[in-house]
Ligand binder design. Structure first.
Ligand code: LER
Ligand code: MN
Length: 280
C-alpha cells in the first residue's frame, strides 16, 4: 500500500481535517520530508487548481498525486449532487467534472464526499438516490476519459443522510448498476468508526469479491487524528485491506495535531509498523 497526506488550499476549510494548510510548495516539501509517496489535494475549484506549479514540485519532491477533493464546491458554494433544484445539481456536476479533468492530468481520481449533499426536507430518499446515481454515472464517464476511477465516499450521519455505511453505499452502487462502472468506494476510517459495527469486517465485505469496491482509504484514527492517536485497531484494518488485495493509498485526512509535522510523522510510523510486521 502507498502513503499519502492531505494539502488544503482553501482558506474557508482552514479548520478542516487536513494536515497541511500553508500552501502547495510547503505542503509538498513537508510531505516528502516525512516520507510520503503522494499528496491528496483539496483545491478551491478547477480554476484555482495549481496545474502549472504542481509538476515541478512533484518532480523535485519525488511525489505523485493520490487524489483530488471536490468538497470546496459544498463548503464555498453550497453545491451538491442531491439538491432538489436541477440547476444546482447541474452546477455541482460541472464543478466536479472540471476537477476530474485537473486530477486526470496528474493521473489521479477525484473524490465525491461532501458534494454528494443530503436528502433535503420535502424530497424522498428515492429521488435523491436517483439524482446522485445519475450524477455519479455522468462523472464516472468523465473520469474514464482520463483512465481514472471516481471515488465515492460515504460520510457519517452528522454530514449526510444519504449513505452512512460502506455496505449501504455498496448496495446503492450495485442497485444502480454503478458497481462495475469505474466508481469505487472511499473508506474514511473516521466516518466508519462512527457508523460501522466492525471496520475490518466491513472492509472484507465491500473490498472482497465479487466486485472489489474499495478505491481509496482515508487513514484516520477514531478521533480524526493521525492513526495511533485514537483507539482504532489499525492492525485489524490493515490486515483486512491486505486480505482484499487492496494496494492503493492510505491517505492521512486528519487534523494537524499536535502539529502538522508530528501528524505526518505519526501517520508514517503507523503505516511503517504495520507494513514491517505484515506477512505479505
Ligand atoms: C468529509 O468529512 C470528508 O471525509 C471528506 O473526505 C469529504 O470530502
Ligand atoms: Mn474523508
Amino acid at each position: 500500500m502507498k502513503t499519502a497526506i492531505t494539502i488544503c488550499l482553501v482558506p474557508e476549510a482552514s479548520r478542516g481535517p487536513f494536515v497541511f494548510h500553508d500552501g502547495l510548495a510547503a505542503g509538498c516539501r513537508a510531505a516528502a520530508q516525512a516520507g510520503f509517496d503522494a499528496v491528496e489535494i483539496f483545491p478551491a475549484d478547477a480554476a484555482a487548481f495549481p496545474s502549472a506549479e504542481l509538476p515541478g514540485l512533484l518532480q523535485s519532491e519525488g511525489l505523485t498525486v493520490a487524489a483530488v477533493g471536490t468538497g470546496a464546491g459544498w463548503v464555498r458554494q453550497r453545491l451538491s449532487l442531491a439538491d432538489s433544484d436541477a440547476s444546482i445539481r447541474s452546477q455541482a456536476i460541472s464543478f466536479i467534472a472540471s476537477i476530474i479533468d485537473c486530477a486526470g492530468e496528474f493521473g489521479a481520481p477525484a473524490i465525491i464526499g461532501s458534494m454528494q449533499g443530503q436528502v433535503a426536507a420535502g424530497t424522498s430518499h428515492e429521488d435523491a438516490d436517483d439524482w446522485l446515481a445519475e450524477a455519479l454515472a455522468t462523472l464516472a464517464e468523465r473520469a474514464a476519459r482520463h483512465g481514472q476511477i471516481l471515488l465515492y465516499e460515504p460520510l457519517n450521519r452528522y454530514e449526510t443522510n444519504l449513505f452512512n455505511t460502506q455496505t449501504a453505499a455498496a448496495r446503492f452502487l450495485r442497485q444502480h448498476g454503478l458497481a462495475g462502472s469505474g466508481i469505487k468506494l472511499l473508506c474514511d476510517l473516521f466516518h466508519m468508526n462512527i457508523e460501522e459495527v466492525n471496520l475490518a469486517d466491513t472492509i472484507r465485505g465491500v473490498g472482497g469479491l465479487p466486485d472489489g469496491l474499495i478505491g481509496h482509504i482515508h487513514w484516520a484514527d477514531s478521533n480524526r487524528q493521525a492513526m495511533g492517536l485514537g483507539h482504532t485497531d489499525s492492525r485489524a484494518v490493515y490486515e483486512a485491506l491486505e486480505a482484499t488485495g487492496y494496494d492503493g493509498f492510505l491517505a492521512a485526512e486528519v487534523f494537524p495535531l499536535p502539529t502538522p509535522a508530528e501528524a505526518a510523522r505519526q501517520t508514517i510510523r503507523s503505516i511503517q509498523a504495520l507494513a514491517d510486521s505484515s506477512s505479505c
